[in-house]
Write a protein that binds this ligand. Structure first.
Ligand code: NAD
Length: 521
């Protein structure tokens, strides 16, 4: 198979022009190896969060368009699954090269629709590529099990076979990373993939689709269908879809999980979060404060692994932490996505900004102390952009809505715990169980905490414990529905099914029929 040497001028290049000129672009779907115009007549606006203006229109697929994409993917999968795993891995290797060459324009395109800063957008792409790197190990990862002589003359082996068509439904906040977390292991295993990205920032997924084809992926193996609930529901109920991976808010995750599984599909659905950071009395406070502002306010708090609750243990720790934190939060720099010195940029939409501002009002009404108020922040020359400042609450309690609900913005709540056991109880009893961190110099306390806390991912002096690609990522409680995590070995289990073969080559002797269940003596 020749690997295309000529670069395709895709949406990435067009977007560079678009960002500069301010023109509105009509986006498309990517089906069967090419961009395809939407035919449903329904569209959604894609904003530039820095200016507040509409920069593109994304088509919303009808169930008929979804059906055509899934059928094409099912057709392409049969041939793709016949490629040997090493050959499939080589496509991913070439894809990695292309993405690295295009890192700058991918990051700018991503930042222009999401609002995160360009360096942070590069991290979004890079964390996705790390899972592609993991998936290039597919020849090794797909090796099955073998038992010689399980009974007299009997050998048993198992193999992992692809499922068929896998679907990914992904959120706005990591438009490169999460699609790649899902698609790379899925296609490496020999499945084809239909991605339904967020309507807020679909251009990077479309560009990734073009790069896959340029890397040598056969048409139809990776598809992008843009859309809303109509498209999602058509995917969840389509008879040719075998597996559904979802990331987004918890109520939708639960809906996707129950609908997909009721239609006979396997599903892994990851939801919202409220990640706590425990600061023990022996922690290095300066280190903890730096970790808190980075993990709390980076990407304007629009990360599922953002720290949104700080839990200092004991009164002296709380007093010292809050003093340092207030000063640091007041000094945070908000800028446009393209301002290299900005700590964070705008929120993704006007509705997201309104939601954050509303939660701050709720916190004040509930009686929390608002030490830093980000509402009312205006970015000079970008007055219509979706900017909000950093906010900090102290004396938040576990009965408040601002504690129990996910805000998904640059808002940090300090919940003071008198003792360690109380600090351990807070994340353990929270409805969400995505990530948690403890900052301490005491190895024994850290080890005990990691063992007992009721969340899926734990950081020890690490504020954002997103596991590396070859381990797995997944939250507990209302942060995850389904039983296998993303990337790492779980992803290979999720995107394949096991077939087990029990074989005996006849020795020539005839046996009489046996009417009891075979057992290995
Ligand atoms: P969202 O739930 O609004 O949307 C996610 C996806 O679901 C999108 O593709 C969207 O089009 C689709 N969708 C939305 N409403 C739907 C409906 N009624 N029926 C069917 N499909 C629907 O989430 P978002 O605002 O894009 O992303 C932010 C959320 O994602 C936050 O809650 C965040 O914590 C969560 N998130 C979780 C993880 C994780 O790994 N646990 C990672 C990133 C983001």
């Amino acid at each position: 198979k020749s690997l295309a040497s000529k670069r395709i001028a895709g949406v990435g290049d067009r977007c560079e022009g678009r960002v500069r000129s301010g023109m509105t672009t009509e986006l498309e779907h990517f089906i069967d190896g090419k961009r395809v115009a939407g035919t449903s007549g329904n569209h959604d606006d894609v904003f530039d969060p820095n200016t507040g203006g509409v920069q593109a229109r994304v088509p919303l697929a009808s169930s008929g368009e979804v059906d055509a994409a899934v059928r094409g993917a099912a057709e392409a999968q049969r041939e793709w699954a016949n490629w040997n795993p090493q050959r499939r891995a080589r496509v991913l290797m070439r894809f990695l090269e292309l993405c690295r060459e295009e890192m700058d324009s991918l990051a700018r395109l991503l930042a222009s629709e999401h609002g995160k800063t360009v360096p942070d957008a590069k991290g979004d792409v890079q964390r996705g590529l790390e899972v592609v790197e993991f998936a290039t190990g597919i020849p090794h990862l797909l090796k099955g099990e073998y038992t010689e002589g399980a009974g007299a003359g009997i050998d048993v082996y198992s193999m992992r076979q692809p499922l068929g068509v896998a679907v990914g439904i992904t959120p706005f906040n990591f438009p490169a990373m999460i699609p790649l977390w899902k698609a790379a292991p899925a296609i490496a295993c020999g499945n084809s993939f239909v991605l339904k990205p967020s309507e807020r920032d679909p251009s990077v997924p479309l560009r990734l689709a073009e790069l896959f084809v340029e890397a040598g992926l056969p048409p139809g193996v990776f598809n992008v269908v843009n859309g809303d609930k109509t498209a999602v529901d058509a995917l969840l109920t389509h008879q040719d879809v075998a597996a559904v991976g979802f990331v987004g808010s918890s109520d939708i995750a639960e809906y996707i999980h129950s609908t997909a599984t009721a239609h006979g599909k396997r599903a892994q659905c990851f939801g919202g979060a409220k990640n706590h950071m425990i600061i023990m009395p022996d922690a290095d406070l300066d280190q903890a404060v730096e970790a808190l502002v980075g993990a709390g306010y980076g990407s304007a708090g629009e990360r599922c692994m953002a720290i949104s609750v700080a839990v200092p243990v004991g009164q002296p720790t709380a007093e010292a932490l809050v003093e340092k934190l207030t000063e640091r939060v007041n000094g945070l720099r908000i800028g446009t996505s393209f301002d290299d010195s900005a700590d964070f940029g705008p929120l993704v939409t006007a509705a997201a900004k309104q939601r954050v501002d509303d939660y701050i009002g709720i916190g004040v009404e509930e009686g929390a102390d608002l030490l830093v108020d980000g509402r009312g922040f205006r970015m000079p020359e970008h007055e219509n952009g979706f900017f909000t400042g950093a906010s900090l609450f102290d004396n938040v309690t576990s009965d408040m809505r601002i504690y129990n609900e996910e805000i998904f913005g640059p808002v940090l709540s300090v919940v003071r715990a008198a003792v360690y056991e109380e600090a351990l109880r807070l994340p353990s009893q929270h409805q969400y169980g995505n990530g948690v961190a403890i900052f301490t110099r005491d190895g024994d306390a850290a080890r005990e905490f990691a063992g007992r806390v009721d969340t899926g991912m734990v950081g020890i002096n690490v504020p954002i414990p997103v596991p590396i690609a070859y381990h797995t990522f997944g939250g507990w409680k209302r942060s995850g529905f389904g039983d296998l995590n993303q990337h790492g070995p779980d992803s290979i289990r999720f995107y394949t099914r096991t077939k087990t073969v029990t074989s005996r080559w006849p020795s020539g002797r005839k046996e009489e029929a046996s009417f009891t269940i075979p057992t290995m003596h």
